[in-house]
Design a binder for this molecule. Structure first.
Ligand code: ADP
Ligand code: ASP
Ligand code: MG
Length: 446
């Protein structure tokens, strides 16, 4: 069994959906995980925002425009008027159900349903289109399979049990399902956070013991730097699970931050592929660590640094325990940690409870808060290149440096305003290293 996931960028127009159908049609036994058509989830977030602000007509107006995009998609995908009408009717029904929920004063919780609409409608149209092209496919409801636990994390054992109980994938065939959407522990419609379809794909891949998980997107694999900020980035052909997990977690948008672990646990390779160029090699992610310099650099924004300084920390035990208990209490994950003899610096992303958190931390020492920071993560054989990395970032005001225990990464915290320059400086270092490696190879050959 194969799992194929198609991101919104691969599903942005009728033309692209036709490409996707061609890729799927080459298989007889696979699960196809569909994201929402490009831009739809952003618009749905806007719907929720306006609704919460009591701008109901603004919210309904955006919903109407999204529905119109799907109507146009149906007109472009299908030729016969009766088929177009039938598809538009299905779209209309799905939108009507969500509108009703939004307007029902007793429903109480429509946010998750609104956000799920993109994946619902897109996957339904793709399923209909595949059937239209003569491929027999089965539509599977992801809400019956993926459920979050009390910690808001998907539970792989629960997923495996539900797959077995529902018999959803018992027979070989083509299955179409929705990425991103799931139920929460209270039984409400929820999701795996932005970009979550990658996570759905790896969770399903692991539960089904797939032979391969293919993640199809708009670029030919994971690049050695962020192509949105740096020019001349190059795809990396091979990455280990550990390297890919690190890059995904620290901002390589091509992969959802948590999506690598289910594949890693079951040792199922992930292949990143380009829908626009299906023959391009892409990136292969598997268990083996392949040596070779600095592999890639990624960055994530909206980071806040908290520094807790206390004389009581010096030579005393239990301080860190008390400190992290506070983060535990507020359920706030910490990304990067550095310590000196009298201070601890940590980074957090979630600042919704910042005021309360700081107040509580003040019982342990003096607390300073630095906002608007970015984490830059360098992945690869760091031991060999540590001095060069430090040299490359010397002109910048680096707030924190952390060398990963696995020594396959070094993490730097810098002011957001310097992020692009830091990415560029590290990119130059990678390019110089590659040139040097090629030169020594040529000398060896000579
Ligand atoms: P999809 O809709 O297929 O899920 P995403 O937008 O989530 O696509 O991810 C693909 C995008 O990730 C690329 O278009 C690229 O701009 C961005 N990206 C960021 N960092 C990287 C990287 N290191 N390698 C490749 N793409 C990256
Ligand atoms: N549609 C969702 C998003 O835009 C999930 C995904 O694309 O993976 O975040
Ligand atoms: Mg994505």
């Amino acid at each position: 069994m194969l799992v194929l996931k198609f991101g919104g960028t691969s599903l942005g127009s009728a033309e692209r959906i036709k490409n996707v159908a061609e890729i799927v049609n080459a298989h007889d036994n696979c699960v196809v995980v569909c994201s929402a058509m490009a831009g739809v989830t952003n618009a749905l977030e806007q719907v929720n925002k306006l609704w919460e602000q009591d701008d109901h007509s603004g919210a309904l107006d955006i919903l109407g425009r999204i529905q119109y995009r799907f109507d146009v998609l149906c007109q472009e995908l299908f030729y016969e008027q009766d088929i177009i009408t039938a598809n538009c009717r299905e779209v209309k029904e799905m939108f009507a159900a969500v509108r009703e929920l939004l307007q029902d004063p007793f429903s109480g919780y429509a946010t998750g349903n609104v956000l799920s609409l993109g994946e619902w409608v897109t996957s339904r149209i793709i399923n209909n289109y595949l059937c239209y092209t003569g491929k027999v496919s089965t539509y599977v409801n992801a809400l019956e399979l993926i459920r979050l636990n009390e910690q808001d994390e998907p539970d792989p054992f629960d997923l495996a049990r539900r797959i077995k109980e529902t018999g959803s994938f018992n027979e070989p065939g083509i299955y179409i399902t929705q990425g991103y959407i799931c139920m929460d522990s209270q039984g409400r419609v929820s999701n795996l956070k932005r970009g979550g379809s990658d996570y759905t794909a790896t969770l399903l891949g692991a539960a089904l013991h797939a032979s391969l998980i293919e993640i199809w997107t708009d670029i030919d694999g994971l690049h050695n730097n962020d192509p949105r900020y740096v020019e001349d980035t190059m795809p990396i052909r091979e990455l280990s699970f550990a390297e890919a997990a690190e890059l995904a977690y620290f901002g390589a948008k091509i992969l959802h931050p948590s999506c690598v672990w289910p594949a890693r646990e079951q040792n199922i390779p992930i292949q990143l592929k380009n829908t626009m160029d299906p023959d391009a090699r892409g990136t292969h992610i598997q268990s083996r660590q392949i040596s070779g310099g600095i592999k890639a650099i990624a960055a994530k924004d909206n980071i806040t640094v908290l520094r807790i300084t206390s004389g009581r920390m010096f030579n005393a035990y239990g301080f860190l325990h008390k400190l992290f208990q506070v983060f535990d209490e507020f359920k706030i994950p910490v990304d990067v940690v550095t310590t000196s003899e009298v201070s601890v610096s940590v980074t957090i992303e979630d600042t919704t409870a910042l005021a309360g958190l700081v107040l509580q931390l003040q019982s342990l020492g003096r607390v300073s808060v630095e906002t608007n920071r970015s984490i830059v993560c360098v992945v690869g054989n760091i031991q060999e290149h540590l001095a060069e990395v430090i040299q490359a970032v010397k002109p910048f005001s680096v707030d924190m440096v952390s060398l990963g225990a696995s020594s396959n990464n070094i993490t730097l915290v810098v002011p957001h305003g310097q992020k692009v320059e830091v990415l560029q400086a590290l990119h130059n270092l990678v390019n110089n290293n590659n040139v040097n490696r090629q030169e020594s190879w040529i000398q060896l050959q000579a």
